[in-house]
Design a protein around this ligand. Structure first.
Ligand SMILES: *Cc1c(COP(=O)(O)O)cnc(C)c1O
Length: 219
């Protein structure tokens, strides 16, 4: 096994063990390899192991790296996981299949327009500022009902909620809260969990974990 294959194997084993403990089907959890800051050869190594979902957090960096890779791997699904400026919405819709960071009304409008123009509708998660942190991306919990309604009326393909819990705390109660909010709004998708907290995220219902360092670096 190559080092990259062994890292993916370990991530899959962590997801599977957590899913089993929660009596969930491991196949219901998508692993998104977050490749921000990684070089094309590093990414190609992971592609060679079979992963087909990758995430980036900057539109420009993704535009520089991915079109060439996608030309030889058209089955890859690209996920946008960073803060999205409204003036980058059209570029994001052109390149990405899934957007995890819808967090405000102006972006609903920009993504709606871009989708119509491109004739292509990305799947969208609303990012929630689940720990109510000042500087963090994500919509305030109090604004979520309005933003869900707006996204649905704009005909976006709203699939779920995404959050990044506060860095200095146990993530479990935040993941549980996100799951509760998603259920309240009839949303099935839960994008939560990164390298350090895959297990609690999967146990509490994650349908997509966004994994960077555990996949790209020897631990
Ligand atoms: C970088 C990043 C990740 C991956 O983080 P790791 O701790 O390296 O797994 C996940 N989600 C978002 C939004 C990120 O920016």
């Amino acid at each position: 096994m190559t080092p990259a294959a062994s890292r993916l194997h370990q991530v899959r084993a962590r997801v599977a063990a957590a899913a089993k403990a929660a009596r969930r089907n491991p196949a219901s959890v998508e692993i998104v390899g977050v490749s921000k800051g990684r070089s094309r050869p590093e990414i190609e190594e992971i592609i060679a192991t079979g992963l087909r979902d990758f995430g980036e957090n900057r539109v420009q960096e993704a535009q520089e790296k991915w079109p060439e890779i996608l030309a030889s791997h058209p089955d890859i699904r690209l996920h946008f996981v960073g803060r999205l400026q409204s003036n980058k919405a059209a570029d994001a819709v052109a390149l990405f299949d899934v957007i995890h960071s819808l967090d405000r009304p102006s972006l609903v409008e920009a993504l709606g327009e871009a989708s119509v123009k491109a004739g292509k509708r990305p799947a969208v998660y609303i990012q929630v500022n689940i720990g109510d942190e000042g500087q963090k991306g994500g919509c305030p919990i109090a604004d979520l009902p309005g933003l869900v309604d707006l996204a649905r009326s704009a005909d976006l393909d709203l699939v779920g909620l995404m959050a990044i819990p506060p860095a200095d705390q146990q993530p479990g109660s935040y993941f549980a809260l996100l799951a509760k909010l998603a259920a309240r709004h009839g949303l099935n998708g839960l994008s939560m969990g990164m390298s350090s907290d895959i297990e609690p995220a999967v146990m509490l219902g994650a349908t997509a974990v966004r994994v960077g360092s555990a996949l790209f670096e020897d631990q």
